[in-house]
Ligand binder design. Structure first.
Ligand SMILES: *Cc1c(COP(=O)(O)O)cnc(C)c1O
Length: 379
């Protein structure tokens, strides 16, 4: 056993997980190589079926990435020039980028500071006659507050597109996120809670007509081959990633339990270290939601200094996200000045993601909490 002082704690450790499933992954890869069928095909059809069932959705469409899933949903719903799409200012770029790529205008709204997720009242207030869709992001593995959003759009027929890329398996009022609105995009980027060994994504929806349109869009809008009904793209999930996902899926519920246990250990360790007196705020899990702790994000005073201090003590942490979307250079022409979305800006200054993965040990977590507490007491 290594001494705690020299202990290294990574943010995520994909190798630790691979060690436990190596034989199953190798068998899956071998199966695809032996089949010589690499694009779509049986593996993709099977994983779509299995994932639709896991996510309680009628339809699942395998996609090349989470970004392409979101882009294709917006294409399928006809998002384009002149449209406004409301989304959160505090997230990864993919949803906002997809809106802009289609020539529509992203309308950024602020977050609920407790959950980091879109503030439903702010979203409702931002609706206009041009609103084409609302895109909540279920950030860090916690569902956004969906019912007030669904209610806000119910009279107007505005679709809700969920960015569930960080929230595979997360639940809202007992239901998995993704197909709570019209459609949702998920990501299998390797470090996501269910990660492929390359890029991959998924769309889930209960709308059969939309699902068929998305299947067309995924393959250049062609049906049959070389006969193009609509303009799509190459948004296909490949068979290798599908087979690897099928090998991992039977384990994912157990991995979520391990993440939730690690979150609960953090809560106890931080309580024992009394860090709240220094202004550290821990993630919350509202009663009507089931957090998968894709990321374990705290708020901390002197965040940047703490991040550097932990780095120098072998503890890897991450800043999600240093610049909120409304302040990104590429959106400067939209004219959001500093101070317009204060909760998103505050989150960008204070949020710090701590090491979190199913195989994280109590000893590692104790080292993380002790190092944070010592730093905050000293400074
Ligand atoms: C990872 C992620 C995406 C995009 O997923 P890719 O598969 O990397 O394209 C979209 N939105 C959020 C919030 C994400 O974290």
């Amino acid at each position: 056993m290594r001494q705690p002082t020299g202990m290294k704690v990574p943010l995520v450790d994909l190798g630790a997980q691979y060690d436990t499933i190596r034989d199953e992954v190798v068998a899956a890869v071998t199966r695809v190589c032996d089949s010589q069928r690499f694009i779509l095909g049986a593996e993709v059809e099977l994983v779509e079926k299995e994932l639709a069932e896991y996510l309680s959705a009628k339809h699942a469409v395998g996609m090349s990435s989470g970004t392409d899933a979101l882009l294709a949903i917006m294409m399928g719903l006809g998002v384009g020039p002149g449209d406004e799409v409301i989304t959160t200012a505090y997230s990864f770029f993919a949803a906002a980028g997809s809106i802009a790529r289609l020539g529509a205008t992203p309308v950024f709204v602020d977050i609920n500071p407790a959950t980091f997720n879109i503030d439903p009242d702010a979203a409702r207030a931002a609706m206009t006659s041009r609103t084409k869709a609302i895109v909540p992001v279920h950030l860090f593995g916690l569902s956004a507050d969906m019912d007030p959003l669904l209610e806000a759009v119910s009279k107007h027929g505005v679709p809700i597109i969920e960015d569930a890329c960080q929230a595979f398996g997360a639940r809202y009022r007992g239901l998995p996120v993704g197909a709570l609105g019209v459609a949702g995009g998920l990501s299998f980027f390797p470090s996501k809670s269910l990660g492929a060994y390359g890029d991959g994504g998924l769309i889930v929806t209960n709308d059969g007509v939309l699902a068929e349109r998305l299947r067309l869009l995924r393959a250049h809008g062609a049906e049959p081959k070389y006969v193009h009904k609509i303009v799509g793209g190459n948004f296909r999930l490949d068979a290798m990633q599908a087979a690897i996902l099928r090998a991992k899926l039977p384990h994912v519920s157990q991995w979520f339990e391990a993440r939730r246990e690690a979150a609960s250990r953090y809560r106890h360790l931080f309580a024992d270290a009394d860090v709240e007196v220094f202004g550290v705020e821990l993630p919350v899990e509202p009663q009507d939601r089931w957090h998968t702790y894709h990321q374990y994000v705290v708020r901390a005073p002197r965040r940047d200094e703490l991040h550097a201090h932990l780095e120098s003590h072998g503890i890897e942490t991450a800043i999600y996200y240093p610049v909120p979307l409304h302040r990104q250079e590429c959106f400067a022409s939209l004219g959001y000045s500093e101070g317009t979305l204060p909760q998103s800006e505050a989150a960008a200054r204070t949020a710090l993601a701590l090491p979190m993965y199913p195989e994280l040990t109590e000893e590692q977590q104790a080292h993380v909490v002790k190092t944070i507490a010592e730093y905050l007491r000293m400074s």
